[in-house]
Design a protein around this ligand. Structure first.
Ligand code: SAM
Ligand code: DTB
Ligand code: SF4
Length: 347
């Protein structure tokens, strides 16, 4: 993007990442924002909307997840939605100002007949003029190729944490399984969305370790979701100590420094964050959010609150105006007249 910027690195060490984490907060933010400004408009945020297309009854044992059949707190199960239901939700998301529609399924991996339906969903959502993302669990190489053929833009598959801490959170699939899926997605030519969760009881070294794993992939993921654990009653991680907000912002800043050209998504957990904490995250280099009142099964901030936050910060929603011909009406001037824009009022 920026020819004067330092070349991207794929040889980060955990020790180097820890040195960045240890910087005085103002110095870390200054450096992260400097790198952010080399590659991105600092006042523009990419906006995605999520839909759970198949909910609950998941055979995996991810300790954070309310959709695991192994936890008492499992959410109410729903079978795979009909294609038309998904497209109707995608139309609503588009009308509300999202530029990307992400569909999530509580599967260990998709069966080939499930993929027939997902292919139809991806084609339909794409035809609406939205970018498409799916998160379906582990993929084989041929399944990734099929999704690419359907026009899929992004595949979300998180590393979740460091290799060392991983075994205390998930035992039913390995870290290497996750890396293999990311390899299939990349080889198929689909953009990679991969990040993790903070606040699960991991150490600072684990946070550094996770970011180093992501940054040292052969190519940086185009999108890096940083989730704050949403604590759901009945899941094994319910009641863990809450992560300090400043530690969360530091992780966003280090993600920005290690992966300068990636979109860093301030992902799950915003409902529990103040506007001030979210503003710090944007200042540290976060430039993507989930927009809409539900994540997969848990709450996300009200759209009114997000529109007010964007307006207060002079932030505009990115991308739809670049990717969609009719997107000119998506943004409007912020009330201060400073030229910043906000999500369309009344959406
Ligand atoms: N089943 C597929 C999988 O695990 O790859 C796709 C759906 S899964 C819900 C997608 C991601 O959501 C997980 O990898 C995890 O990072 C995130 N997630 C799930 N539950 C969460 C929670 N309670 N808090 C924060 N993030 C969560
Ligand atoms: C990601 O990293 N976060 C999103 C998305 N990828 C699929 C999911 C968050 C889920 C939060 C818990 C829930 O709503 O069930
Ligand atoms: Fe299943 Fe995905 Fe939840 Fe793990 S994170 S239990 S794989 S839905």
């Amino acid at each position: 993007m920026n020819p004067t910027a330092a070349p991207l690195r794929h040889d980060w060490t955990v020790a180097e990442a820890l040195e960045l984490f240890a910087l005085p907060f103002a110095d870390l933010l200054y450096r992260a924002q400097g790198v952010h400004r080399q590659h991105f408009d600092p006042n523009a945020v990419q906006v995605s909307t999520l839909l759970s297309i198949k909910t609950g009854a998941c055979p995996e044992d991810c300790a954070y997840c309310p959709q695991s059949a192994r936890h008492e707190g499992e959410v109410e199960r729903e079978k795979l939605l009909a294609v038309e239901e998904v497209l109707s939700a995608a139309r609503t998301a588009k009308a509300s100002g999202a530029s990307r529609f992400c569909m999530g399924a509580a599967w260990r991996n998709p069966k080939d007949r499930d993929l027939d339906a997902v292919v139809a969903m991806v084609e339909g959502v794409k035809a609406l003029g939205l970018e498409t993302c799916v998160t379906l669990g582990m993929l084989r190489a041929d399944q990734a190729q099929r999704l690419k053929g359907a026009g899929l833009d992004y595949y979300n598959h998180n590393l979740d944490t460091s290799p060392e801490f991983y075994g205390s959170i998930i035992t039913t699939r390995t870290y290497q399984d996750r890396l293999d899926t990311l390899g299939h997605v990349r080889s198929a030519g689909i953009k990679v969305c991969s990040g993790g969760i903070l606040g699960m009881g991991e150490s600072l070294r684990d946070r550094a370790g996770m970011l180093v794993q992501l940054a040292n992939l052969p190519e940086h993921p185009e999108s890096v979701p940083i989730n704050l654990l949403v604590q759901v009653e009945g899941t094994p991680l319910y009641g863990r100590d809450r992560l300090d907000g400043i530690d969360f912002v530091r992780t966003i800043a280090v993600a920005r420094l290690l992966m300068p050209q990636s979109f860093v998504r301030l992902s799950a957990g915003r409902t529990d964050m103040s506007d001030e904490l979210q503003a710090l995250c944007f200042s540290a280099g976060a430039n993507s959010i989930f927009y809409g009142e539900k994540l997969l099964t848990t709450a996300n901030p009200d759209t009114d609150r997000d529109r007010a936050l964007f307006a207060k910060l002079g932030v505009r929603a990115l991308e739809i105006q670049e990717t969609l011909p009719e997107a000119g009406d998506f943004v409007q001037e912020a009330p201060c007249g400073c030229g910043a824009a906000k999500l369309r009022a009344g959406a």
